[in-house]
Design a protein around this ligand. Sequence first.
Ligand code: ZN
Length: 159
Amino acid sequence: MRVGIGYDIHRLMEGKPLILGGVEIPYIKGLVGYSDADVLIHAVSDAILGAASLGDIGMHFPDSEPRYKGVSSASLLREVNDLIRRKRYRVNNVDVVVIAEEPKISAFRANMKKKISDILRIDESRISIKATTNEGVGSIGRGEAIASYAVATLEEIKR
Ligand code: ZN
């Protein structure tokens, strides 16, 4: 069993689409980044790569490469999953915390879990997504950014 941790934060800006966990959430602001800025998927990807000691997403998908501009982070997570599968690992479970003052994401949690379990090819019961606010404190509390933490465990695929 191997354990990895991931953390990410992106700024919110008006007029951008908000994509979290591969799901578009209706909101007046969205996250800014080179890809679709899906902070939840980025944290999950880094946790999985970390558990396999395979670096991080910035290393695998550098923003110096034009092909990653505006790319769907779900497709990057799929590539991460393919990478660890080739190393004979599979994700055992993922636990995620999203820290956002707004919007409420609970109504979208089931869709996010479905999306991520499809990408990782594991059961939805192995994915946990939790959300909390920052109690009005700091940049996240002022609605300027959304952050996410993720922990992933991997298990070896037996021959
Ligand atoms: Zn990111």
